[in-house]
Design a protein around this ligand. Structure first.
Ligand SMILES: Nc1nc2c(ncn2[C@@H]2O[C@H](COP(=O)(O)OP(=O)(O)OP(=O)(O)O)[C@@H](O)[C@H]2O)c(=O)[nH]1
Length: 214
């Protein structure tokens, strides 16, 4: 499943993705975050992450995750990645009101590129910073409802709800596929199926576990 993280600069998209990828069995711990006084390196264009997940229902899926830069000057590059995503995490920072107000712009931008079939998840990030919160869960719930998406609050720092966020998105994509709300297309890379039967049995080739790998 192709998915991406979108949101204003500095909301914590990279930290969220790194925390999720580091949660895979056997993965290395994410690099320590810079100290409070040091600025984190902004994402340049788009960075790529991936993580496999065994679904309880049987299939093994691989999430291909694009970390898109929040800075305006990279917008041309990031837009080109929306075409091949099945899911989008719309991320804002619960301590940054402006990042919340821009969520509708990010949503509209993805829709303008991808069409209405993409699955959104609204993510209120940095939930560990409760004392400086300026976006309530309730108003975020209301925004999520108006966008037709689910909503979750996360913290990469406390490792709170990080797995849950990506699991929620994956499950929603799977459900949309099963219900026919999302369809596979040959010229669309948002969801790709690799059937086990199509994988040659040569010992030199890596076998895919489960029924399929996306
Ligand atoms: N308190 C707190 N800080 C966080 C959390 N996640 C990220 N940060 C901090 O927020 C800052 C920005 O994080 P990034 O992950 O670089 O943000 P980004 O959205 O990827 O930024 P761009 O790549 O510029 O769009 C860094 O200083 C991180 O240490 C979190 O869960 N809690």
């Amino acid at each position: 499943f192709g998915s991406c993280c979108s949101g204003t600069r500095g909301v914590g998209k990279t930290a969220l993705l790194r925390r999720y990828v580091a949660g895979a069995p056997g993965a290395a711990e994410p690099e320590p975050e810079p100290g409070a006084e040091a600025e984190a390196e902004p994402t340049v264009g788009v960075e790529f992450y991936s993580r496999a997940r065994q679904l309880p229902a049987g299939p093994r899926v691989k999430l291909q995750l694009w970390d898109t830069a929040g800075q305006e000057r990279f917008r041309c590059i990031t837009r080109s990645f929306y075409r091949n995503v099945a899911g989008v995490l719309l991320v804002y920072d619960v301590t940054n009101r402006k990042s919340f107000e821009h969520i509708q712009d990010w949503h509209a931008e993805v829709l303008a590129t991808q069409g209405p079939k993409v699955i959104f998840l609204l993510v209120g990030h940095k939930s560990d910073l409760q004392s400086s919160r300026c976006v309530s869960s309730q108003e975020a719930e209301e925004l999520a409802t108006s966008l037709g998406s689910a909503f979750i609050e996360t913290s990469a720092r406390n490792n709170c709800n990080v797995e849950m966020a990506f699991d929620t998105l994956t499950d929603a994509i799977l459900q949309a596929l099963q219900q026919g709300d999302m369809e596979l297309g040959e010229d669309w890379g948002g969801v790709r199926l690799i059937h086990k039967a199509q994988v040659p049995s040569s010992p030199s080739r890596k076998q895919h576990a489960g029924l399929c790998q996306c």
